[in-house]
Design a protein. Structure first.
Length: 215
């Protein structure tokens, strides 16, 4: 039940009158989803606007590549458009959406693994630039030895990530870069919280082994 709202106004005679305002409609996300499922383009656009930043942020954190993240963003909402009719409200919509995102990201990570490449480079007006090389130092005029160790640490970290399986890397980055809880990670990749926890443990052990002398 929606309550009417009112505002008080001062009339020219110094009297106060209450003007009743029409009730403000509140739209539940489930209503938007159902409208989008019926083919309402405005409802679908509203659904995209509600979740687009979260999708792009998750893809960026998982892939660490702006172009790939943008491609995943577009592919995600294309799949949502094609498959929204299959959503049955038996789980949270964001969980269903993030499952699509993570599946697409897993495909990208598997392709990288097959090609044995992990590109940290991107194109600029000045040409191809190494992303790690342009990460600013906390103190550009600090101790050269510390700067060298910092750069070596970043290089070792990037290499260590490539040694993880696609699923291990995804769980590791969702936990440490995106701050997601293990239960949410498990739901997003279609597994249990315990399985996600075990996967994170394996990934952490590999990362510690690879970075041992820096820890």
């Amino acid at each position: 039940m929606r309550a009417d709202t009112s505002i008080l106004v001062l009339t020219g005679k110094g009297q106060v009158e209450a003007l009743v305002q029409p009730p403000v409609a509140t739209v539940d996300e489930a209503d938007i989803i159902r409208a989008a499922q019926r083919g309402d383009p405005v409802a679908f656009e509203a659904l995209v606007r509600c979740h687009d930043q979260g999708v792009l942020r998750l893809a960026s954190n998982l892939l660490r590549n702006d172009q790939d993240a943008s491609d995943v963003y577009q592919e995600t909402f294309l799949r949502v458009y094609r498959n929204l009719h299959t959503f049955r409200f038996d789980c949270n919509f964001r969980t269903w959406l993030y499952r699509i995102v993570t599946n697409i990201c897993l495909d990208y990570l598997r392709k990288r693994k097959v090609r044995k490449e992990e590109s940290t480079r991107f194109d600029t007006a000045e040409g191809d630039v190494d992303r790690l090389a342009v990460v600013p130092e906390e103190n550009p005029h600090g101790d050269p030895q510390r700067e060298l160790m910092s750069r070596q640490m970043r290089d070792r970290l990037a290499k260590a990530l490539t040694e993880l399986t696609p699923r291990e890397r995804m769980v590791f980055e969702m936990r440490h870069y995106h701050g997601m809880r293990l239960r949410a990670i498990g739901e997003s990749i279609g597994t249990t919280e315990e399985a996600a926890k075990n996967c994170l443990f394996r990934a952490t052990q590999k990362m510690r082994a690879a970075l041992g002398d820096f820890l």
